[in-house]
Design a protein around this ligand. Structure first.
Ligand code: ARG
Length: 582
């Protein structure tokens, strides 16, 4: 049993950052001798069993594409398999072989790793610090920050966190909607309805009010439109006075946005925007012209993409002004020149699928060598996002209502409530967790309805549940009044299923981090965090720290500390701020 086993190295496996991989590699090595297949093929056929009673690692025989009956092959493997210090038991289960690991040995490597890496535990360097741009949130100045922007903000921040965790050098970019005829209209409106005082007080709300009023005027009087068009033309022509007013609106709005994002625990490296695109557009138009891709139609310039079933794109209007798509083409070119990105992600609602397909097709037709380095990460719609005051317009209102609702929920538990130092701040944080977790609880493309009741519940797959699980682990550490001892003797850990389940679940974290960088589905992280929390609860039923003998208590405390670290890291990927008390 105690024969010395060497850990082979396998491409794509990373025992350095992922202790579970050491176990997989040892397993794969022996299996590859038994069935005469490449070690890498076997490594890749090892998966997490569906249920924990089926062991800790399963070999899916059908995935090996061998001749013969998979169940018979599975039985054969079990018969020949030599148990060792890593694998304590192998059982055939239909076409699967289930392996039960030596969880104490796993814990010894795993906990050390976690203790040494802490907040970085689970991260890897697969991205080799290559530069990637994640463009997200991107609201429009003077217009409502709607549910689509909120989702883009939540998902975008998640995508950024995942890329960072996988070793990419990320640039988070907010591409504001801040250019176009409507900003000419806004300037005209400000002349009529603007108030300097209100602008300084709350630029987002005030500009929106002005915008609503001037739109009403424009509806009744066409001349307002002409005025707006003329104003925007001045802006496009670089008229200083026109640009000055507009850039004040922009700066004040950005300052306010920054506060709101900070509340969500989000920051942007770059505030760009449609207005920031410069000569990239003209160069693109010139290239399009040279490649014979531009057609004149009624004074406007268009690109015919009907061949690709992508319709027709207007890229320049009759009066020479540009459009949303034109600015996107220019922006992409300028970003590549400026950042030389390895990849760029656009986090934008599915409603703009066509727009982004057109954009990507045009970049391809322009034959940029980086045209395949862009990805649209899309998502479905959210319904029912309104507050008690009515249909929501401002993100801030949503956040206020969220905080207040969470506060009400917390007050119901009087005893606990009395112990919380700053209940409003806690309510704010848990409320925001509720929103973010609700958003991350299904696949991105799915539409969902804002459910004010369900998302605040402490039961089920909710943000408050995760926060509670985390705070509970913190309270164990506080109550025992023991320091976590990284040299605790882990042979004192229980030889129980609850212990083995929890340890292997913790060990799976790095793999989840790697896998999530493929499809960018936040639900995978939420699912993992939930399962981890359930295993923690299970473990807590039989494995106490308080009252246990010192050696046992130390080993258990170290285990719970590792669980807390892992849960915290998973929550941080979801952009949640783990709560230590609640
Ligand atoms: N501001 C746009 C909107 O609110 C979203 C921008 C998306 N990003 C882009 N590069 N087009 O609809």
């Amino acid at each position: 049993m105690s024969s010395i086993v060497e850990i082979p190295s396998i491409e794509g496996s990373d025992p350095e950052t992922d202790p579970l991989d050491a176990f997989k590699n040892v397993l794969a090595a022996q299996l590859s001798k038994l069935i005469d297949l490449d070690i890498k093929v076997l490594y890749e056929a090892l998966e997490a069993p569906r249920a924990s009673e089926n062991g800790h690692i399963a070999l899916s025989v059908p995935r090996l594409r061998l001749k013969g009956n998979p169940s018979a092959i599975a039985s054969d493997i079990v018969e020949k398999f030599q148990l060792n210090d890593y694998v304590l038991l192998a059982k055939a289960d239909g076409p699967f072989v289930n392996f039960f690991l030596n969880h104490i040995k796993l814990a010894q490597a795993l906990f050390k790793k976690i203790y040494n890496t802490k907040e970085n535990w689970g991260n890897n360097n697969l991205g080799q610090q290559k530069k990637v741009i994640v463009e997200f949130s991107s609201p429009n100045i003077a217009k409502p920050f709607h549910a689509g922007h909120l989702r883009s903000t939540i998902i975008g921040s998640f995508v950024r966190n995942i890329l960072k965790a996988n070793g990419y050098d990320t640039i988070s970019m907010n591409y504001l909607g801040d250019w176009g005829k409507q900003y000419g209209l806004l300037a005209v409106g400000f002349e009529r309805y603007g108030s300097e005082e209100k602008l300084l007080e709350d630029p987002i709300k005030h500009l929106f009010d002005v915008y609503v009023k001037i739109n009403q005027d424009a509806k009744e009087n066409n001349a307002v439109h002409d005025e707006a068009r003329a104003y925007f033309k001045k802006m496009e022509d670089g008229d200083e006075a026109a640009l000055k007013i507009w850039s004040r609106f922009r700066d004040l709005s950005i300052a306010k946005y920054k506060d709101i994002y900070a509340r969500l625990n989000i920051a942007f490296d770059v505030y760009s925007g449609e207005s920031q695109v410069t000569d990239g557009m003209n160069r693109a138009l010139k290239m399009l012209h040279e490649k014979n891709l531009l057609t004149e139609s009624d004074g406007a310039l268009i690109i015919d993409l009907t061949k690709y079933k992508l319709g027709i794109c207007v890229v320049q209007k009759k009066d020479g002004t540009t459009l949303y798509i034109t600015r996107d083409i220019g922006a992409a070119i300028e970003r590549y020149e400026k950042y030389g990105f390895e990849h760029m992600y656009y986090i934008v609602a599915s409603q703009q699928d066509l727009h982004l397909k057109q954009l990507f097709k045009i970049l391809e037709l322009l034959e940029f060598e980086w045209a395949n380095k862009v990805t649209h990460i899309n998502f479905g719609m959210v319904g029912g996002m309104s507050t008690r005051k009515g249909t929501v317009v401002f993100l801030e209102d949503i956040l206020e209502e969220t905080r207040d609702t969470m506060h009400e929920v917390m007050k119901k538990n009087e005893h606990k409530y009395a112990q919380i130092e700053d209940p409003l701040a806690v309510a704010d944080n848990i409320g925001i967790s509720a929103i973010m977790t609700q958003d991350a609880s299904a696949r991105r493309v799915k539409n969902y309805d804002f459910d004010w009741k369900r998302m605040f519940s402490f039961e089920g797959d909710t943000g408050p549940y995760l926060q509670y699980a985390h705070a509970r682990l913190c309270s164990i550490e506080r109550k025992t009044e023991m320091e976590v001892n990284p040299n605790a003797d882990l042979r004192h850990l229980d030889d129980s299923r609850a212990a083995a389940d929890l340890i292997t679940m913790i060990a799976r974290y790095p793999q989840i981090v790697r896998e999530t960088a493929r499809l960018f589905e936040p639900v995978n992280i939420v699912g993992y965090a939930m399962k981890l929390s359930h295993h923690v609860s299970q473990a807590l039923e039989s494995m106490y720290v308080m009252g246990a003998e010192k050696d046992v208590a130390e080993a258990r405390l170290f285990m719970y500390w590792c669980a807390r670290m892992t849960l915290g890291n998973a929550m941080r990927l979801l952009n949640l701020k783990p709560q230590e008390r609640m």
